[in-house]
Design a protein around this ligand. Structure first.
Ligand code: MG
Length: 171
């Protein structure tokens, strides 16, 4: 079970994920979560730093696709600003939408990384398809009641992984 919940990397700040790091991991394609990974779930405006981060990755020739459980309007609106592909209403961690994202990227699955803030959706979903994964700290403190509930279990798993020396923690 742990192997499906253990991210390849655990980063405090998504902005520290740069082309050199991704290349060292053998990555060419990126499946990126939306809410609380690149934007607080209750906001619609992207930070300039995040827009620049995507521009840098695109300029370095990485293929990008947003994969979000949020609804079409929100996801597509943000994807348009970033000028990247997106799959809304993904029902992560189900495999279907992850497979679709892999197809859209057109990159060997072994060269794809999933970046997201949630263990049980982003990391678990990516690992089920044997993709690389990077867990990032959530961008906002404020979260939905349900998310806060899930975070308690995430913390238990992360503590377990850390104790076993399995967590590649970049803090
Ligand atoms: Mg998220």
């Amino acid at each position: 079970m742990f192997k499906y919940l253990c991210p390849d990397l655990y980063m405090t700040n998504i902005l520290d994920i740069n082309p050199a790091l991704l290349k060292s991991m053998g990555v060419r394609g990126i499946i990126c979560d939306l809410d609380n990974t690149i934007i607080p779930w209750d906001e619609d405006i992207l930070q300039t730093e995040i827009i620049d981060w995507f521009a840098t990755l695109k300029a370095a020739d990485f293929k990008l696709c947003l994969l979000s459980n949020s609804l079409h309007n929100r996801v597509n609106g943000i994807a348009q600003i970033l000028e990247i592909d997106a799959i809304p209403a993904a029902i992560k961690p189900r495999k279907g939408a992850f497979r679709k994202a892999v197809d859209r990227l057109g990159v060997d699955p072994r060269e794809i990384v999933v970046i997201g803030d949630q263990l049980f959706t982003d990391i678990f979903g990516g690992k089920r398809l044997a993709l690389k994964t990077i867990l990032v700290h959530p961008i906002a403190e404020k979260e939905l009641f349900w998310t806060l509930f899930v975070r308690r279990f995430e913390r238990l798993v992360l503590t377990g992984l850390r104790r076993r020396g399995l967590l590649n923690d970049q803090d």
